[in-house]
Design a protein around this ligand. Structure first.
Ligand SMILES: [Fe+2]
Ligand SMILES: [Fe+2]
Length: 139
């Protein structure tokens, strides 16, 4: 079943304040995107919502990647690769929404974005959050 984002759960938290606050913001922006599509907003509105999400994804991934580099995080390569997967899915989704009318495919990718987000923050990001806390970094 497709992952839909309904309510933020404390189970998503890594325990690192800035990381949790940013995940919360990303969650809200993904929900806003879902709503814009479900409410059949115009292509322009969906596209703007998507750009709003794009921007924040770059801010957030950039910050995590910087901390991984600063602390020589041993799982950095795998973590960055997961971020790349998300960037690629987001770019593909953007393409479908703005350039084509293949909305069935766009809906499938949207569900994958949600699934990726929930899986990534609950596993990969939690490991990074735990590591940074242990190092006394990233506070
Ligand atoms: Fe991450
Ligand atoms: Fe993250």
């Amino acid at each position: 079943m497709a992952a839909t984002l309904v309510d933020w759960s404390r189970g998503f938290e890594t325990g690192l304040d800035w990381q949790d606050a940013q995940h919360r913001e990303l969650f809200d922006r993904l929900v806003a995107l879902d709503r814009a599509i479900e409410q059949r907003q115009s292509r322009e509105v969906v596209s703007r919502t998507l750009e709003f999400l794009d921007d924040y994804v770059e801010t957030h991934f950039g910050q995590e990647e910087e901390w991984m580099q600063t602390t020589s995080y041993p799982e950095a390569a795998r973590h960055r690769a997961e971020h790349e997967d998300f960037r690629l899915m987001l770019a593909t989704f953007h393409h479908f929404v703005t350039r084509t009318r293949k909305l069935v495919l766009a809906t499938k990718i949207r569900a994958e974005l949600n699934q990726w987000f929930l899986r990534h923050i609950q596993t990969t990001d939690k490991r990074l959050g735990g590591f940074l806390k242990k190092m006394g970094a990233g506070a």
